[in-house]
Each structure stands twice: as structure tokens, then as C-alpha cells.
Design a protein around this ligand. Sequence first.
Ligand code: NAG
Ligand code: NAG
Ligand code: NAG
Length: 317
Amino acid sequence: MCAAVYVLSTVTGYVLTSALLLKCPTLLHRRKRESFFSRHISHRGGAGENLENTMAAFQHAVDLGTDMLELDCHLTKDEQVVVSHDAHLRRSTGMNAYISDVTYAELPPYLCKLGVTFQRECYCEGGEDKRIPLLRDVFEAFPNTPVNIDIKVNNDTLIKKVSELVIKYDRENLTVWGNASNQIVKKCYKENPRIPVLFSFPRVLQLLGLFYTGLLPFIPLKEQFLEIPMPSIITKLKDPSRMTKSQRLLTWLADTLLMRKALFDHLTARGVQVYIWVLNDEEDFQRAFDLGATGVMTDFPTKLKDFIERNGIAKPQ
Ligand SMILES: *[C@@H]1O[C@H](CO)[C@@H](O)[C@H](O)[C@H]1NC(C)=O
Ligand SMILES: *[C@@H]1O[C@H](CO)[C@@H](O)[C@H](O)[C@H]1NC(C)=O
Ligand SMILES: *[C@@H]1O[C@H](CO)[C@@H](O)[C@H](O)[C@H]1NC(C)=O
């Protein structure tokens, strides 16, 4: 009897403390200091409106007033940090080679037309600019624009060189970097802990485990950005009639577990920004902001800008 009362009061105490700290995390953790907030994030510079990851795309997004450029990095054979998505050049340029096997001077231009990964049956026709840029070009052209860098290969030289560029261009407070791989994020953090990192995929799973057991409010976090997909958009990318019942169930489950306002509110109160990718429809923009996401990554920066203006979505203070 006595033991039961003891267990009950301990459990109640834990649940109440966890609930209180979930709502008011700054009672336990110092809020991380954000040097920028991003509502409007241009995915690969806005892959639906210009050729992905080109200077023309970045210029267009910055001219529109985007809060952040999202881009991907690789290393060429002569160890130049270039901005491009795939490790292999076939899809984007038609050349049968890996970026790491050609020098910067040998890199081919992009094809005239590229598929938009997160928009079904959509191709983007490019303008004049088909060049694969250097990361340095982006830093020089947009010295004040925050950049989200996806480190696409687990290569120590790449990580070191990106950090050197970030330092050289005085951008430690304008950068977030990482990858879905936890190994890469750990290396990034070790290389330069002053550059904020995002949650790797294994860390997202851990985060959910902590959240659903009520432990999250007690645990310190090194990451400053949660960047996650909205699983429900899979049904738009695939033909829903061709998804099996179990695929649909998994999608629903992932969406239900991941898209939690209580989780997003807790993280943002701790100074961890929440970005949802890659959304191209107004109903999804609306859902992300309703859930308390800090920002949205889109292939269509003009569309997201119109939406944000029309709905008066202001930046948090
Ligand atoms: C990193 O990339 C460079 C250039 O592509 C290559 O020479 C080097 O072997 C790579 N290092 C590792 C550890 O993969
Ligand atoms: C993370 O890095 C791996 C290589 O280690 C790469 O294949 C993958 O595309 C990257 N993923 C993301 C989401 O950047
Ligand atoms: C970045 O922000 C921190 C915290 O405010 C500040 O101490 C530091 O000087 C800034 N670094 C740069 C390079 O501006």
C-alpha cells in the first residue's frame, strides 16, 4: 500500500514537472541565442523558379527578400567547394562522372531543364546561368544572407574547407550546417562548434523518443535547428492510388508523430528553430505555420512570399 502511494506520487511528480518544463523550458535551460530567424527559405535557391543551386536562383531569391538560402556542397577533385546537389553529374548535367572525379574547370554546365524533386511532374527551365558555382561565390555575392549548408559527402576536407570559408567571410552567425547522417553532423560540430548544427536523422528519432516519454524538457540540446519533412506531402509526390495500404499507414503514422505543435512550441521556446521542407502548396505553408514552425523551405519563393505577405506572418521578436 505504502509502496503504491510512493510510486504514484513519484510518477505524478514526474508528469507534472515534465509538463511544466515542456511549457516553460527556460526554467531549466538558457534559451539559445538566435542570430537570425528564417520564415522564408529558398530550397536550392528556389528550384521551381530557376535552375537549382545556381547564382541566378540565389540572386532571384535574395531580390525577393528571402530570409535564407538552402544549398548543398561537394568537393571537386582539385578540392574546390562547389554548390550542387548530387554526387554524380548525370541527372543535372548529363556527364557520366562524379563531382569528386573532375576538377572545377572541367565541370560541365547544367542541362537546360531540370526536374523539380518535390513537385510531381514538374520541370524547371533555366535561363542563361547554368554554371555550378563555388560556395565562395555565394558568400561574396550575399554577405548578409543566412545560408543553410547541406554537407553532402562524409569528407573531412570538405567539412574543414566549408568551416574555413565560413570563418573567412565572417559568417559563423549566418550559417547552419549538417546532414541527415549523424557522423557528418558530429564532425561538423567538432570542426567548428561556433557554427550552429541541425538535428541529424538519428537525433530526430532520439528527440521524438525523449518527447513522447516526457524526458525532453530535462535534456540539454546541442542542435539549434530542427529541419524535417512534412510526411503527408508524400501522397502528392506519388500517385496515391499506387501507394500500398501499409505505405499509406506509415505515412500517416510518421506525419502524426512528427507534426506536433507541443514539440515545436517547446523547441522554439528554447531557441531551436523548426524548418519544414519542402513545401510548395499554400495549404501546406498554412499547416506548417499553424503548427508553430519557424520557417518553410520551398522551391517556389515567389509563391511563399505572396502567402506570407497576404497572411501577415511576422517574424517572432
Ligand atoms: C575527400 O575529397 C577529396 C577530393 O574529392 C578526395 O581527394 C579525398 O580522398 C576525399 N577524402 C575522403 C576521406 O574521402
Ligand atoms: C547526407 O550525406 C550523405 C553522404 O554521407 C548523402 O548521400 C545524403 O544525400 C546526405 N543527405 C542529406 C539529406 O543531405
Ligand atoms: C556571433 O554571436 C555571438 C553571440 O552574440 C557573439 O559573441 C560573436 O561575437 C558573434 N560572432 C561574430 C563572428 O560575429
